[in-house]
Design a protein around this ligand. Structure first.
Ligand code: TNX
Length: 494
């Protein structure tokens, strides 16, 4: 296993004698790939970034009958073949081969030991979230990140596009969202602004780039809390009417969308219209985290709403809003995700059917939702999924709030003991989240992401029958040298 040092650990590796040698980077035999043309093209681009493709056409992509995302990679003395049933399977096989090439190419010669790798994922949802609101990241950086994530069979890019500190999505008919809502005061600086937004072309570019790498881009619009940027642009959507500003502080703020104002739903309709037009994904994340009801409790319009709906308290307004947002998106045929807070105060308005719960405050919310028959994504902040926490408890390390070691990320077990087999089936997978309050540059984002995402990818992809951290670290040493070759800045355990 360590001979190839692949991450995430493949389902099975069989080493054979001899090796495949090639002067230069081998080419794909394009005549063999009509089914997998797209995958072959992306792989050729990835190799071109790394070195010239000088070798002969000895990589064959073969369509075969096997499970959806599975692949079989065979390295023979005279060539390499990848069998898969789908483009996703072929792509995963090519990424494993890319790992081998990154570590077995030296001085213009490629030499890979012969063997067979058979592989398939444990969970269908293998996600990574990037917060592009607290700080803004360029499309080039996001594409680089997506490409590197796909090397580890990550298949979901959860794009956190809105929050108190900046709105990043262009919406027809709501120009102030990006004129006003996309810029906040530079951290602790009097009169400088920072921020930005993505154009429709930027978004299409990223979605297409990701799709070619078998990564689905899932947009998140955070409602009804974390709304300072919205309120700064359209103050009438808040309970007090303002004045508001795009926040340059971090935390949870009292001002949220007014639950008594019908215009909030017209606003949401325009936003969803853009979301649905720009993002082909089946999934839309509607946030729902950290929503204080302090303003609702004092707002006459919200009071009327509570009375009309027959709610026992103001906090219940959130579940009503969640169900309205969910039914708006259902009209578009979308599947809705939300953070685990949406499980609360649901006496009157139960969690919408089919809503997928993203469990971040530990695994409790996810377990509860799975037992109720909701699908869930586990991303527990205290078990290795929060990449904004420090890698180690050292003053030298960037990060905040807490520590999340590589070992914690690697040890993550998505299915805990409190889940019976029936409920366990509702766990779609897991996710690593990079919140970026203090991550103001792509390079720091890379450092926070790698190698913990490698460990998480293993928890999402591999079956954990023979888990052994020492063995993982041996593979990781080889793997980190690959990431170095890709120019990725990484944390290293000393
Ligand atoms: C909680 S996780 C938040 C974010 C913060 C993060 C910091 C979640 C749904 N909400 O707004 O950035 O903690 O770790």
């Amino acid at each position: 296993m360590t001979e190839y040092s692949i991450i995430p650990r493949p389902a099975s590796v069989c080493c054979l004698t001899g090796s495949f040698e090639c002067p230069g980077i081998p080419n794909i035999a394009f005549d063999s790939v009509s089914d997998f043309n797209n995958e072959a093209r992306v792989f050729a681009d990835q190799m071109r970034d790394f070195g010239q493709m000088a070798g002969s056409a000895v990589i064959k992509l073969i369509k075969d009958d096997m499970p959806l995302e599975a692949y079989r990679l065979k390295i023979d003395a005279d060539g390499v073949s990848i069998r898969a049933a789908t483009g996703a399977g072929a792509y995963h096989g090519l990424q494993t081969l890319r790992q081998l090439i990154l570590s077995c190419y030296d001085n213009g010669v490629l030499k890979i030991p012969c063997g067979v790798i058979e592989d398939y994922p444990r969970f269908p949802w293998r996600g990574y979230m990037l917060d592009c609101s607290r700080n803004f990241f360029s499309t080039n950086f996001i594409k680089r990140m997506i490409d590197a994530l796909s090397l580890h069979h990550v298949n979901i890019f959860h794009w956190h596009l809105t929050d108190d500190q900046g709105w990043r999505l262009p919406v027809n008919g709501l120009p102030k969202l990006t004129e006003t809502g996309a810029f906040r005061r530079e951290y602790r600086h009097e009169d400088r602004l920072t921020g930005g937004f993505y154009t429709e072309d930027d978004i299409r570019d990223i979605v297409t780039f990701a799709a070619a790498r078998h990564i689905d881009v899932v947009p998140e619009i955070d409602f009804p809390g974390h709304a300072s940027a919205i309120l700064a642009a359209y103050p009438s959507l808040g309970c007090t009417g303002g004045p508001y500003h795009v926040e340059d502080r971090f935390g949870v703020f009292h001002d949220v969308l007014c639950a008594g104002n019908d215009a909030v739903f017209d606003f949401a309709a325009s936003v969803f219209d853009s979301v649905v037009r720009l993002f082909p994904s089946q999934f839309v994340h509607i946030g729902g985290d950290e929503v204080p009801s302090t303003r609702w409790a004092k707002c006459p319009k919200c009071g009327q709403r509570v009375a009309k709906l027959g709610l026992s308290n103001h906090a219940g307004l959130q579940s009503w809003m969640t169900s309205r947002f969910a039914s708006m998106l259902k009209e578009y045929g979308k599947t809705v995700l939300a953070w685990d807070e949406v499980l609360e105060n649901t006496e009157k308005f139960p969690l919408p059917e089919n809503l997928i719960v993203m469990s971040w405050r530990g695994r409790e919310g996810g377990s509860k939702a799975a037992l109720m028959g909701h699908r869930v994504i586990m991303t527990p902040n205290n078990e290795g999924c929060y990449l904004d926490y420090k890698n180690a408890d050292e003053l030298e390390e960037p990060g905040r709030l807490s520590v999340n070691t590589l070992f914690q990320s690697w040890s993550l077990n998505l299915i805990g003991q409190n889940l019976n087999n029936d409920a366990a089936q509702f766990v779609l997978g897991g996710q690593g989240n990079l919140w970026t309050e203090l991550i103001y540059a792509g390079k720091i984002a890379e450092y926070m992401t790698f190698p913990r995402i490698c460990a998480l990818a293993e928890a999402f992809w591999s079956n954990d029958k023979s888990k052994n951290f020492e063995e993982f670290k041996l593979r990781l040493a080889v793997h980190q040298a690959r990431l170095d070759k890709l120019g990725i800045l990484q944390y290293r355990e000393i």
